[in-house]
Design a protein around this ligand. Structure first.
Ligand code: G6P
Length: 466
């Protein structure tokens, strides 16, 4: 069976180019080694009605990458509008940031329908479609409208909130009902799956037994598939990249001082303000730690056209300036703050240089930075991961120092514990995490999802729709 993977953002197979967000980085090896076709947005738009959506196709490992120009009239309403100003805030339990119009919802549905039409071109005799993330909640329903009877699965990379939050999204009922056209819906954690099933029962009045929902579309299986990483590849990158100019310059500049690292998109879900405040608290309460630990915070700007992101960028920049102004010395900068992205190969070396990894989102589907930080460590002298308990990764990486990102004192304490943790404890914690990462790779994740999807479709045929 051939596989078509669909996501809004795609990545090209160049390890030396920066990547935006965990999804594109995660899917790259899946497509490279599975022979799948990966279809997504080109990032460009096109005017007018296109009968045949324009796609550029290029080879990607054993697979291919096809990028589409999305319709100009609907792109803004779809991407900055409904996807990122209604769904993203709701999925991260920030209903207060929802800003959306009916026009945005219509554009979102138009782009989903457009993508469904475009996918027909990649359909072969036996094809399974695997749709990724909140940009395409209704794509399965649009494919069914076009009489596609193949297996169609969906994986959500973000969290799914409690029903009351989802109810704050305009048109939520119509949209989530449409999701039941998928044969299989995958979540990062059991909590996300339970929240989704809670909504299905409260708002749609449908019952689920063992995660199986029967609706007018037929049978939908809801299951947890925590996403993994290629830990070995990351470890190799890390070992090699020590000689990369960025990495060696960073090392030289430290003069024996310890380093904590944070790597995030500049997004309000990532808890950047609280993290910087925790370092502020640490240096205020324990001035002896000034000069002995600094923070390298990489914060790649994202979705800059949306007001909430512009505000956040200003707020973090102001706070970093304030903290550096108060704690800095003529020869010491407490926080090195960089608004740009790095390739995975360089990031791996930066992670290995840092004795502490700080991954403290307020809410996160999985957070692959946490996993990458662990995979990049030197086994003989590993660093310590300080991890938010509200990241999906905390379920697996439970020997990290788990923190509540709303508790500034608690985070400051955890950082201070991390800085002085003895080698034996660091190794014990790291080995336990590494074992989990090796036991559950990105390749296994995708093979598992696709096998379940194919099996689901067979069972769907046996169930009469409601
Ligand atoms: C998160 C989302 C992805 C998204 C990425 C980058 O990881 O789950 O779907 O691609 O952020 O965001 P952007 O809006 O730049 O694609």
């Amino acid at each position: 069976m051939s596989l078509v993977v669909v996501s809004n953002r795609v990545a090209r197979g160049k390890p030396n180019e920066p990547m935006t967000g965990g999804l594109a980085a995660a899917l790259l090896p899946v497509v490279e080694y599975s022979g799948a076709i990966w279809v997504g947005s080109s990032g460009r738009v096109r005017d007018g009605h296109q009968k045949e959506p324009f796609a550029e196709v290029e080879a990607l490992g054993t697979g291919a990458l096809a990028t589409l120009d999305l319709p100009a009239a609907h792109y803004g309403g779809y991407y900055e509008g409904f996807a990122n100003s209604a769904l993203w805030p709701a999925l991260h339990s920030r209903s207060d940031l929802i800003r959306v119009s009916q026009g945005d919802y219509r554009s979102y549905r138009e782009v989903n329908a457009f993508m469904a039409r475009a996918l027909l071109r990649f359909r072969k005799n036996k094809t399974a479609f695997w749709v990724q993330d909140y940009h395409f909640l209704a794509l399965g329903a649009e494919l069914r409208e076009l009489s596609v009877d193949d297996p169609v699965g969906f994986f959500l990379h973000t969290p799914w909130p409690v029903p009351a939050v989802m109810q704050g999204v305009p048109n939520h009922r119509e949209l989530i009902e449409a999701m039941l056209a998928y044969d299989l819906i995958g979540f990062q954690t059991e909590e996300d799956r339970q929240n989704f099933l809670g909504y299905i029962s409260q708002d749609l009045g449908l019952t689920a037994e063992d995660g199986i929902v029967v609706s007018r579309h037929g049978r939908t299986q809801c299951q947890v598939f925590p996403i993994g990483i290629d830990a070995e590849k990351f470890a190799q990158y890390a070992a090699k990249s020590i000689s990369h100019p960025d990495v060696s310059r960073l090392r030289k500049s430290l003069n024996g001082e310890k380093l904590a690292i944070g790597v995030d998109r500049l997004d309000y879900s990532k808890g950047l303000v609280n993290r910087v405040s925790a370092f502020d608290r640490l240096w205020t309460e324990q001035p002896n730690l000034a000069r002995s630990i600094s923070l390298l915070q990489i914060a790649n700007p994202s979705r800059g056209g949306i007001e909430a992101y512009g505000n956040l960028q200003n707020e973090v920049a102001r706070l970093v300036t304030d903290v550096n102004g108060r704690h800095g010395e003529v020869d010491w900068t407490p926080i090195r703050y960089l608004n740009k992205g790095f390739s995975q190969a360089v990031l791996a070396g930066l992670y290995r240089t840092a004795q502490v990894g700080v991954v403290t989102p307020l809410h996160d589907g999985m957070n692959l930075v946490a996993k990458e930080y662990v995979a990049a460590q030197n086994p003989a002298d590993p660093g310590v991961l300080v991890l938010s308990k509200f990241a999906g990764a905390a379920n697996e990486l439970d020997t990290a120092l788990l923190v509540n990102p709303h508790d500034i004192d608690g985070m400051a304490r955890a950082i201070s514990i991390a800085v002085s943790m003895p080698l034996t404890e660091r190794r014990m914690r790291w080995e336990a995490m590494m074992k989990k990462l090796r036991g559950h790779t990105i390749q296994q994740w995708s093979a598992d999802f696709v096998a379940t999807l194919e099996a689901c479709r067979g069972e769907r045929a046996a169930v009469a729709p409601l």
